[in-house]
Design a binder for this molecule. Structure first.
Ligand SMILES: Nc1ncnc2c1ncn2[C@@H]1O[C@H](COP(=O)(O)OP(=O)(O)O)[C@@H](O)[C@H]1O
Ligand code: SF4
Ligand SMILES: [Mg+2]
Length: 332
């Protein structure tokens, strides 16, 4: 599989990434990520969407080296962080943060908010006490938390405030890139927009790069310049957000879009709602050829025999489907 972009301005380059887990009985291998290539450009928001179980969180964790690739490479600014001496690796990692869905899991219930925000700076032994305090206060300011919240405990805060604390914690270390994994999924609908706007504002002010992982198309199209669509350990489509949502080339993307309650892209208006049949198959034993074939209404014999190539069918718009360039290919 060739790389979608050979980008000089890539902050992260992922090449043939594979991440495998052993099942608890050690009798089988879960191919959670199974050959993914992409570059994240400096300053952009790169969205990754796909159903639960497709491997999104595993990619996110690998990008910040919370887990080690089983094969392939992840380069940060063209360099392999795993080649760095241990101490340099630890300090390098601070530039690449990850935030998860559940702020309760990220915050110690017995620590005050201020102690939680200070903690990463203390662990990293950044500056003296006064400097650390100043940076913690700055970070709380940036995310719109009043300073008096510092003396409180997590259970005294709303879900949205707790997620802001988690964001402040990540910001104290002045990262270059943040992986945001379903960061608004646990929040009330009414405050999701505010938190997404906060991410946009921080990006503008601090020049951050985001990898925005979500199962929610509305979230990703709101915030991302480009999106990748993931299915069973692989990318099936990648391109500029508008292009992918207006002219989806892969049958899986088309199905995801048609399931959206919002207005359909123009290419699909008047078309039918595509209902995905069945569950996502197991990544222990994925279907041969095209992994989507067991749920694809267009599947042909070739789809079981051959893995589709990763092809650039329009500028910057990549897809893995044997028939994506044949207009109006019709269901069986
Ligand atoms: N630590 C692990 N051990 C075994 N299997 C795992 C582990 N982490 C994830 N998986 C499996 O890998 C696949 C991808 O998981 P994940 O990356 O969490 O997907 P997503 O974030 O898209 O829901 C799933 O089948 C999941 O059960
Ligand atoms: S390669 Fe075949 S099975 Fe896969 S998405 Fe395309 S038509 Fe469907
Ligand atoms: Mg996940």
């Amino acid at each position: 599989m060739s790389a979608p972009v050979a980008d000089m301005d890539a902050i992260v380059s992922v090449r043939d990434l594979q991440v495998q887990f052993q099942t608890t009985d050690r009798h089988a291998t879960v191919k959670a990520v199974d050959g993914v290539d992409f570059d994240v450009r400096r300053g952009e928001t790169f969205g990754i969407i796909g159903e639960s179980g497709s491997g999104k969180t595993t990619i996110g964790r690998a990008l910040v080296f919370l887990l080690k690739p089983s094969a392939g490479a992840i380069l940060h600014n063209g360099l392999d962080p795993l080649a760095l001496p241990r101490r340099q690796f630890q300090s390098h990692r601070r530039d690449y943060q990850i935030i998860f869905q559940d702020p309760n899991a990220a915050l110690n219930p017995r620590m005050t908010i201020l102690s939680s925000v200070l903690e990463p700076l203390e662990l990293a032994r950044e500056g003296n006490k006064a400097e650390r305090l100043k940076r913690a206060h700055e970070a709380m300011d940036r995310v719109g938390l009043p300073q008096d919240i510092g003396a409180r405990y997590p259970h005294q805060l709303s879900g949205g405030q707790k997620q802001r604390v988690v964001i402040a914690r990540a910001l104290t270390l002045r990262p270059k890139l943040i992986v945001c994994d379903e960061v608004v999924a646990a929040l009330d609908m009414s405050i999701r927009g505010d938190v997404l706007n906060l991410f946009a504002e921080l990006q503008r002010d601090l020049g951050l790069t985001y990898v925005f992982i979500t199962h929610d198309l509305a979230v990703v199209s709101h915030i991302s310049e480009r999106i990748a669509v993931m299915y069973l350990g692989r990318f099936v489509e990648l391109g500029p957000t508008e292009e992918v949502s207006e002219r989806p080339l892969h049958p899986y993307t088309q199905a995801l879009l048609s399931a959206e309650p919002r207005p359909l892209p123009s290419s699909m208006r008047g078309g039918q709602r595509i209902v995905l049949q069945g569950e996502i198959p197991s990544p222990i034993d994925p279907p041969s050829g095209c992994r989507f074939r067991t749920r694809c209404q267009y599947a042909q014999p070739l789809c079981a025999e051959k893995t589709p190539d990763w092809r650039e069918l329009a500028r910057d718009h990549w897809v893995a489907c044997h028939f994506a360039d044949r207009p109006n290919f019709s269901p069986n």
